[in-house]
Design a protein around this ligand. Structure first.
Ligand SMILES: Nc1nc2c(c(=O)[nH]1)N[C@H]1C(S)=C(S)[C@@H](COP(=O)(O)OP(=O)(O)OC[C@H]3O[C@@H](n4cnc5c(=O)[nH]c(N)nc54)[C@H](O)[C@@H]3O)O[C@H]1N2
Ligand SMILES: Nc1nc2c(c(=O)[nH]1)N[C@H]1C(S)=C(S)[C@@H](COP(=O)(O)OP(=O)(O)OC[C@H]3O[C@@H](n4cnc5c(=O)[nH]c(N)nc54)[C@H](O)[C@@H]3O)O[C@H]1N2
Ligand code: SF4
Ligand SMILES: [Mo]
Length: 709
């Protein structure tokens, strides 16, 4: 050994690795668990690990397996580090200056030739509130296009649509999670909390220990069923019918809270009339559930002194998603179980900022603070905040999947995507891929070379949660500040800064001059003032002092609003709307050619289109490929073996998957998680039929044929 090496080794031995611990938040789901990132720095390498923040009041200091490994993708060497331009078929590094110059010429040329609306913007719910707000402003002011929408269209739109119609406002959970243990009956409809928001399972367990009865509605016996007293194994697509059956029991067996209905709702007579016509036997047959079990479930909810209903994508991701949710809201209102401790409703929000992401203007019809782009007063107010003439604000555009259709028809020629991987997560994904290939200019701002980035003309390296500061609104409606704790890798830039840089080269820089995220928040506060999602009373300082603040918070002295609807609903007359809901069959039912129902969703280890979690070996090794969950009897009929391969075909395409027997799923239904792209992308099969109100696609049911492969 040379003297130098000996010296070097000795040095290393005497210098213990330097340790640094910083507080951050998990970037994945809507619980937004806070955690500590530990960095152990020795001379050459840094080692990272994550531990829970024991003081987190929401999770009681827990993290799930995704959180425990959340540092992994963010510090990965495969992160994008330079802007890249497609030259001769491959993406090659270029400078920011060249990239921005190219964006200016592409965007200007497309808009000159085809008009302002020929460039679209597509956002996501993992961005901070500041970025969601800025993206909406960027589309309307820097590009002047009406075409902006985001992935929350596939996520929260049905629950939002239903809550707006019924309550006059949409905040995911009407009560803080700390009230869950006060409920004596909880209905979990199409929500798999054990795998999708694992760290809040403890609060439901606590409720159960206090004597709460839990009813789970899901075509599969999921891990969440471990806390269920009753499992209603509904046929996918029949939730509204099931709710009609339960409502009928509530009505006929005297569980209606007459005083509440009288004082705080409208529409009872119409609902009563409708329920008279509902046949429980028919409902039971449609849902594939014994009628007695439906009656029992309704009685438990009806008789309970307090109760809460939660829905998630199982109920919502249907072409009848809004109607489905509304029928569960009918149950909440009919029994008067809202606006009191332990009584309420929750749409269990999905993405990290799934709640804030839907409030501040990245939706086609929306302006900040839940204002509407077609409302003249709202337009005038926001135009004033932005300092632009009202006439310059575009009108409303179309929903996320409809943007893809518009691209496919050649109407939209340029697209800017920030924080989404649409060729994996859109329904009818093969068409979406074809459409994106037709674009004159596709710009993707991401952390990795995602499936969608691989198709792009230009890819820009954006920021991860460790580098990017801003506020996130978690599932309770609680706004949290997340601080930046690491430098950006390579030449990556902050997502919001990239938007400002593009605005600058498009000649609109004067509207986008911020030096830090907090300045954008100050503007967002003003823009949301007087809107439904009012953040105007919040400051970073106030938020940090109290582990988050619940909106609405209309003044600086205001404490925020943990529990909604204590005294009134948000419609002008203060009343909530009961509404008769006619059950509709899903758009595809089983036929001779396509005899099985396919439903889709999530597994514990992976997150959404999988780009981050597939790039995390600790997670990917535990669940490396999508499995077709199928009942052994059904598999036997088809001739599939456990661990063997199957071919699954819908009207839109075919994919091939590994088979996993599961006696826990209905015999007429199969389940496939959607975290993979390419030949394993289940969205090549899913049905893009859209809800008439909210434009949510029917991710949760389509008809398929299955054969051995
Ligand atoms: N591990 C993990 N956690 C996540 C995510 C993730 O990708 N991975 N994503 C986050 C996001 S963005 C979201 S939106 C949430 C989603 O959270 P969830 O909505 O809870 O997740 P899903 O698995 O999509 O669907 C929930 C359940 O609906 C059931 N289901 C299917 N069809 C029907 C039906 O017709 N009726 C009923 N009643 N149930 C049905 C499925 O069997 C499934 O168990 O999770 C968040 N958390
Ligand atoms: N079949 C089926 N399809 C579904 C669903 C289903 O249940 N079934 N669920 C739908 C739902 S609920 C959702 S929310 C959508 C989500 O689906 P997508 O919109 O595709 O969401 P992600 O996978 O989160 O995509 C995020 C992309 O942005 C990148 N990214 C993550 N964080 C950041 C960031 O901070 N900055 C930047 N610049 N990039 C970032 C990631 O690397 C990734 O490539 O999928 C929908 N699709
Ligand atoms: S529950 Fe959600 S936020 Fe918490 S650690 Fe798991 S994925 Fe992250
Ligand atoms: Mo979602």
């Amino acid at each position: 050994m040379s003297d130098f090496l000996r010296h070097f080794q000795k040095q290393q031995a005497v210098q213990p690795p330097r340790e640094k611990t910083t507080k951050t938040e998990c970037p994945y789901c809507s619980v937004q668990c806070t955690m500590n990132l530990h960095e152990e720095k020795s001379i050459k390498v840094s080692r990272y690990s994550v531990t829970p923040n024991k003081e987190d009041p929401v999770t009681d200091g827990r993290l799930c397996v995704k959180g425990l490994n959340a540092h992994s993708h963010a510090v990965d060497d495969r992160r994008l580090r330079y802007p890249m331009l497609r030259i001769g078929g491959t993406l090659s590094p270029i400078t920011w200056e060249d990239a921005l110059g190219r964006i200016r010429s592409e965007v200007t040329e497309i808009q000159r030739k085809y008009g302002k609306d020929a460039v679209g913007v597509y956002g996501g719910g993992s961005l901070t509130n500041e970025e969601c707000y800025l993206l909406g402003k960027f589309a309307r002011v820097a590009l002047g296009t009406k075409h902006i929408d985001y992935n929350g269209r596939f996520c929260m739109s049905a629950a939002a649509g239903a809550s707006n119609l019924t309550f006059g406002i949409d905040r995911g959970l009407t009560n803080p999670l700390s009230e869950v243990p006060l409920a004596k009956c909880i209905i979990l409809a199409g929500t798999n909390i054990a795998e999708c928001q694992p760290t809040i399972m403890q609060t439901f367990r606590k409720a159960r220990q206090e004597g709460c009865k839990i009813i789970v509605i899901d075509p599969r016996e999921t891990a969440t069923c471990s806390i269920a007293d009753i499992h209603l194994k509904v046929r996918p697509g029949y939730d509204a019918a099931l709710a009609n059956g339960m409502l009928k029991v509530l009505l006929e067996e005297g569980y209606v809270d007459r005083a509440f209905v009288e004082e705080r709702t409208t529409g009872f007579a119409e609902l009563e009339e409708h329920l008279k016509k509902v046949s429980l036997a028919e409902v039971a047959a449609l849902c594939g559930i014994p009628p007695q079990l439906i009656v029992e479930a309704a009685r438990i909810y009806g008789a309970a002194e307090t109760g809460m209903i939660f829905t998630a994508r199982g109920v919502e991701q249907h072409a009848s998603g809004v109607a489905n949710v509304r029928n569960f809201l009918n149950m909440v209102l009919l029994t008067g179980k809202i606006g009191k401790p332990g009584c309420g409703y929750g749409a269990v929000t999905g993405q990290a900022n799934g709640q804030g992401g839907r409030e501040h203007g990245q939706k086609a019809d929306q302006l900040p603070g839940y204002r509407l782009i077609e409302n003249e007063e709202h337009r005038a107010y926001i135009a004033k905040v932005w300092g632009v003439p009202e006439e310059s604000l575009p009108r409303k555009g179309v929903s996320a999947y409809e943007m893809m259709e518009s691209i496919n028809r050649g109407e939209i020629k340029g697209l800017i995507i920030l924080g989404s991987n649409p060729i994996v997560s859109n329904p009818n994904a093969a068409l979406v891929e074809e459409a994106l290939k037709k674009l004159d200019f596709l710009l993707v701002i991401d952390l990795f070379e995602s499936e969608t980035a691989k198709l792009a003309h230009m890819v820009l390296p954006g920021s991860s949660y460790l580098e990017d500061e801003g506020t996130m609104t978690q599932l309770e409606g609680r706004v949290l500040v997340r601080r930046a704790i690491r430098p950006l890798p390579g030449k990556a830039r902050l997502d919001w800064k990239i938007l400002c840089d593009i605005a600058e080269v498009l000649g609109k820089g004067e509207y986008f001059r911020y030096t830090k995220a907090e300045e954008i928040f100050q503007e967002l506060r003003i823009a949301s003032k007087g809107g439904k999602a009012d953040y105007s009373g919040m400051t970073y300082e106030r938020i940090e002092q109290s582990h988050g603040m619940f909106w609405p918070c209309p003044e600086e002295g205001h404490p925020g609003t943990p529990r909604m609807f204590e005294n009134g609903f948000a419609h002008e007359d203060g009343r909530a709307r009961l509404a008769p809901i006619e059950h509709q069959n899903p758009k595809e039912v089983a036929t001779r050619k396509y005899p099985y129902l396919l439903t889709t969703g999530r597994v514990l280890q992976h997150y959404l289109s999988g780009v981050q979690t597939r790039n995390t070996s600790e997670l990917n090794s535990k669940y490396p490929e999508p499995l077709l969950e199928i009942h052994p009897d059904t598999a036997g009929e088809i001739g599939l073996v456990n661990g063997g391969r199957a071919k699954v075909t819908s009207k839109r395409g075919t994919i091939r998957l590994k088979v996993k027997y599961s006696a826990k799923i209905r015999q007429d239904t199969v389940f496939v998680p959607f975290h993979w792209g390419g030949d394993q992308c289940v969205n090549r099969l899913t049905n893009p039929a859209l809800d008439p109100v909210c434009r949510m696609p029917e991710f949760k049911v389509c008809a398929v044929s299955i054969s051995p492969n």
